[in-house]
Structure formats: C-alpha cells, structure tokens
Design a protein around this ligand. Structure first.
Ligand code: HEC
Length: 110
C-alpha cells in the first residue's frame, strides 16, 4: 500500500466514524467517479476498505450481478490477488467475501 492510499483509507475511516455517530446516516452519497464501499458492521467491511480501494473505486462492485453467489466473490477476490497482484492476505479473504456477497451479491438482506 502506498502513502496516497493509506491517507485515503484514513480519510475514509474518519468520514465513516463521523457518519456512524449520526444514527440517521446509513450511506454517504458521492459523485460516481469516487464510489465508496457501502458501509457495513460486518468485519469484512474494514478489511475491504484496506484491500479493495487501492486500484479502483467501488463502482466495479456495483456493476456485479446481484445474483452473484459466494463462490463468484471468492473467485473475484482471488483474481485481484493472482492476476492483478493485489497485496491481499489469505486470512483477509473469507471476511471480505462475506461482506461482498452480503452487500453486493445474492445474500443481500431482502
Ligand atoms: C492491485 C490493484 C487492485 C486491487 C487492490 C483490487 N483490484 Fe479489483 N480490479 C483491478 C483491475 C486491474 C481490474 C480490471 C479493470 C478493468 O478490467 O478495466 C479490477 C476489476 C475489478 C472488478 C470488476 C470486474 C472484473 O472482473 O473486472 C471488481 C468487481 C473488482 N475488481 C473487485 C475488487 C475487490 C472486491 C477487491 C478487494 C478484494 C479489489 N478489486 C482489489 C485491480 C485491483
């Protein structure tokens, strides 16, 4: 992770904890070129903030099919690691997949 992305992650963290203090605020609207990961209390949310925002915005997550199941997201995270060399720890993969499938995939709350 380079300095720019660390700074960005800290800025995002500050924004989110501010948002969490306001019980009415569930998400933050930003312009499409800076789509952020959807806030969640799942542990994989902060893991994904650390691991998934270095190269592209969360806009890519929005364009995945909402019917996509857990193995799809598992493959996606592993593809980021093997194909694009994302520095992802193996231990971080299961919580991120859990967050992703429950936030963007077929385990979203109805
Ligand atoms: C090392 C840089 C890097 C990191 C870190 C990274 N990605 Fe990617 N991601 C890419 C590249 C490169 C593409 C392909 C862009 C393109 O095809 O235009 C991509 C594309 C995607 C896509 C679009 C679908 C596809 O198959 O192209 C999704 C969804 C995605 N990434 C999710 C994630 C998630 C979830 C994480 C965190 C686990 C993550 N990315 C972390 C580089 C990265």
């Amino acid at each position: 992770m380079n300095h720019t992305s660390i700074t960005a992650a800290i800025a995002i963290g500050a924004l989110l904890s501010f948002g969490a203090a306001d019980a009415g605020t569930k998400s933050i609207q930003l312009p499409p070129d800076a789509v952020q990961l959807k806030t969640s209390s799942l542990p994989g949310f902060t893991t994904a903030l650390r691991n998934c925002m270095a190269c592209h915005s969360a806009e890519y997550m929005l364009y995945q099919p909402p019917t996509a199941a857990r193995p799809y997201w598992d493959n996606m995270v592993k593809r980021m690691k093997t194909v694009f060399k994302a520095p992802i720890e193996d231990a971080d993969i299961p919580p991120m997949v859990d967050y992703l499938v429950k936030t963007y995939g077929n385990e979203q709350p109805k």
